[in-house]
Each structure stands twice: as structure tokens, then as C-alpha cells.
Design a protein around this ligand. Structure first.
Ligand code: ARG
Length: 448
């Protein structure tokens, strides 16, 4: 591709070091689409005659079909997907192929391809995240009225329902979709025409190219368009954070399926056994989700560090943007698919959840609230309940069995009315709180 200036061939070690075809081959549908749009603009500018354009278009479509059918031989010596396709096109159709690279550089080509790739993959991720939300919603609906302790510091705090707990993740995933959709909006801009860094003396219709490729607009600074990879960083961040959310869900479920909690049972199809301990049933899907999230976070760091010291505009370092991008996309796709399947099949052990939620200590805050309703300032009420809790622990008496009137005259016999789980949940009826009615209307809202 640059033989004019060079007397020596590239060392084979340098070829091996510098190639990206082993991973950027997957940009091929976008590379072909970009090339066809570029060729059409060349035709409109009078740079190609009708038969040259037809030969280019047909040749590129044949190459696309060959790649799709696994019939295309990628060559490491041709470095990347852009040169592999262009060289093969020229081999097949002759001189017209050699005109395709007019007013174009691999620099605007790779920026275009990766934007198109991100756009398509984000669309797929949005659908997959919605699928996982659907599985969570189904479980939330089934267990909308299943009481379970809510935790802070992994200590039992206050009662909630399994439905409310699962809906928390539906919320997080919705924001993850919002971040991906937002990244998509910003990246859907056409860099084609930016050339190597300073546009071209041959002015093609950038708006027509952008429209053909479904871009919303064209980039407005050729150097920025070539140099920046913020759209990849944003995509990697949105993916990384989605992974972090699913890693936390995994951690909840790992705890919940332990003998100590015993709140959830996974299907045999989504767990593994031990080669040594016959009784084991391990939540590997959750653990791997948690583990793989480390890679998602690492991929974002990888890109940010690769870009941070680069002067404008293109530097070869930027070729290193793709492995973390592809890995994060592939990894999150798999995480979403396997978690959707696993959650759709998981069963909650309602009796275990209810037994844990029936710990009267969970209603200590409700007792303080009861005192507040009798006119006691909250800080004082907190202290009075604290004394009752200490007494319960010291005497081994359940909190709801204590004679509270002996602890402080502020208590009356009516105080014990707070120890009713149904009522305690129903009272939590403000927007966002876990009353069963709230959870049911949230489920209906998510469904619609
Ligand atoms: N394989 C390169 C990459 O992924 C394509 C762009 C090469 N441009 C250049 N000036 N060497 O970044």
C-alpha cells in the first residue's frame, strides 16, 4: 500500500507485531458499507464512471458475501480489515478498485467503522438488557408479596419484599440503557471525509455519505474526528457500569443461595457441581459474572490509559482501542444472556425469606416511629428502642415479647401493634417505598 517510498519489505516480526486483522476483521460489514457510500459520493463527484462504480459496489458485496460464508482469506501481511478488503477488491475488479481510496484515509475509515460497530452493538445490548429486565420483572411479580429482610452493612435492617429487591436492579439496568443510548446519540456522527487528519483537496459530499450510513450528522473538526476515541470510552464505561450492577446482583444471589441464607434455588442447568464434594451446587454463573466484570472495568482503564498521552491526531497506539472494545461487548452480551436464562429459572424459597423477615428486630425502627407518633422526639425514641433492644439481647427475649411498659412509661400496651409484618410493609406506601401495592404498581409501570 505504500511501496513507492520503501526499498525494503516490512519485517515479518513487525507484521506480526502490527497486524490488527486478527481482531478487526469483525468490522467488515461496516467497512464495506462505508466503502460503498464513499464510492457513491465519488461517482456523484465525477471521479468514477457508472461502470467503475458498479464494479466497486458489486465487488464489495461479493467480498462481504465471501467473508460471511467463511470463504475469505484474511492476510496478516495486509495488516487490517481496511487493506484486506481494498486489496482484494482491486485484485478482483482491477483499476477501478485502485480509485476507491481517493479522498479517504484508513484514519477516517477506522473511525467510521468503529462508530458503526458501536452503534449496532449498542442496539443489540439495549435489547438484551431489556430481556434481562423482563426476566427480573417476572420474578419480581411472582414474589411481589414475599417478605425478606433488607440489609445494610449485610446486617438485617428493615423488611422489604423480594419483588422490591429485584426491582432495584430493573431500575439500575434502565439507567444503564439510558447511558448506552446517550453514548449512541453522541457517536452517531460521520467522520468520513476527515481524511488522514486535514480533510482532502477533493471534496466529496460528506452529508450524502453520512445519510447513506444512517449517521445523524457529520463531524465538524477533521483532527478531532481522527484523534478522539471518547465514543469508545463512553461505550466501555456504560458497559462497565452495567457489569458492576450485575456483579452486585450476582453477589446478592451468591449470598442468597448459601445454606446460611437459603433464599434462592437455581436450576441445575445454571449451577455446577464439585468433582470432589458430592453435595455441592455452586453458583458459578454469578461468580463468573462478578469475576468477568473485572475485565469490563479493566477494558475501560486500558483505553483511557492508551489515549491519555497521545498528541493529535492519529497515532498507531489507537489501534489498541479495539481489543478492549470487542472484549467488553462480547463479555457483556454473554453475561446478559446467561443471567437472563438463570434468573428466569430461579426459584425463591418463600418460607425461608419469611422466617428471616419475621425477626422482630427488623421492626425496631417502626417501634421508634410509633414513639414519635406519641410525641416523643426521634432521637429520644431511638434511645428508648435501643434500650429495649439491649434488654431483648441480654435476656434472650424476642423484642416483640418484652414488657416494654417496664422499660419506659412512654410505651403503652398498644406499642406492640407495630410487630406485624403485613402492616409494617403496608405502611411503607410513599413513592419508592416497598409496600406490596407500590411494588405491584411499579411492576405494572415497567410492563407498560
Ligand atoms: N489498523 C489501524 C487501526 O486500527 C487502521 C488505521 C491505520 N492508520 C495509520 N495511519 N497507520 O488503527
Amino acid at each position: 500500500m505504500w511501496k513507492g517510498r520503501f526499498a525494503q519489505d516490512t519485517s515479518s516480526l513487525v507484521q506480526q507485531f502490527g497486524e490488527s486483522i486478527s481482531y478487526d476483521w469483525r468490522l467488515y460489514p461496516h467497512d464495506v458499507a462505508g466503502s460503498i457510500a464513499h464510492a457513491r459520493a465519488q461517482r456523484e463527484a465525477g471521479l468514477l464512471d457508472a461502470s467503475e462504480f458498479s464494479a466497486i459496489e458489486a465487488g464489495l458485496k461479493e467480498i462481504l458475501a465471501d467473508i460471511e460464508a467463511g470463504r475469505f482469506e484474511f492476510k496478516t501481511s495486509l495488516e487490517d480489515i481496511h487493506m484486506n478488503i481494498e486489496a482484494e477488491l482491486t485484485r478482483r475488479i482491477g483499476p477501478a478498485g485502485a480509485k476507491l481510496h481517493t479522498a479517504r484515509s484508513r484514519n477516517d475509515q477506522v473511525a467510521t467503522d468503529t462508530r458503526l460497530y458501536c452503534r449496532a452493538e449498542i442496539d443489540g445490548l439495549l435489547a438484551s438488557i431489556s430481556g434481562l429486565q423482563g426476566a427480573l420483572l417476572d420474578r419480581a411479580e411472582k414474589y411481589a408479596a414475599t417478605f425478606v429482610p433488607g440489609y445494610t452493612h449485610l446486617q438485617r435492617g428493615q423488611p422489604v419484599t423480594v419483588g422490591h429487591h429485584l426491582l432495584a436492579y430493573v431500575e439500575m439496568l434502565e439507567r444503564d440503557k439510558g447511558r448506552l443510548a446517550d453514548a449512541r446519540k453522541r457517536l452517531n456522527v460521520s467522520p468520513l471525509g476527515s481524511g488522514a487528519l486535514a480533510g482532502s483537496t477533493i471534496n466529496l459530499n460528506r452529508h450524502a455519505i453520512a445519510a447513506e450510513l444512517g449517521f445523524g450528522s457529520v463531524t465538524t473538526n477533521s483532527m478531532d474526528a481522527i484523534a478522539d476515541r471518547d465514543y469508545i470510552a463512553e461505550t466501555l464505561f456504560a458497559i462497565g457500569l452495567c457489569g458492576v450492577h450485575l456483579s452486585r446482583l450476582s453477589e446478592d444471589l451468591i449470598l442468597w443461595c448459601s445454606a446460611e441464607f437459603g433464599f434462592v434455588i437455581f436450576s441445575d442447568a445454571h449451577t455446577t457441581g464439585s468433582s470432589l464434594m458430592p453435595q455441592k451446587k455452586n453458583p458459578d454463573v454469578c461468580e463468573l459474572t462478578r469475576g468477568k466484570t473485572g475485565r469490563l472495568v479493566g477494558n475501560l482503564m486500558n483505553l483511557l490509559v492508551a489515549v491519555k498521552g497521545l498528541p493529535l491526531t492519529y497515532n498507531r497506539d489507537l489501534q489498541e482501542d479495539k481489543p478492549p472494545l470487542f472484549d467488553s461487548i462480547d463479555t457483556l452480551k454473554l453475561i446478559l444472556a446467561v443471567n437472563t436464562e438463570m434468573i428466569a429459572a430461579m426459584e425463591i424459597r418463600e418460607e425461608r425469606c419469611l422466617a428471616a423477615a419475621s425477626d422482630p428486630m427488623l421492626l425496631a425502627t417502626d417501634l421508634a416511629d410509633w414513639l414519635v407518633k406519641q410525641g416523643i422526639p426521634f432521637r429520644h425514641a431511638h434511645e428508648l428502642v435501643g434500650k429495649a433492644v439491649a434488654e431483648a439481647i441480654a435476656t434472650g427475649t424476642p423484642l416483640d415479647q418484652l414488657d416494654l411498659t417496664k422499660i419506659d412509661p412512654a410505651y403503652t400496651d398498644d406499642a406492640k401493634s407495630v410487630f406485624n409484618l403485613q402492616r409494617a410493609l403496608a405502611a411503607r406506601s410513599n413513592p419508592g417505598a416497598p409496600s406490596i401495592d407500590n411494588v405491584k404498581s411499579e411492576i405494572a409501570r415497567w410492563r407498560s
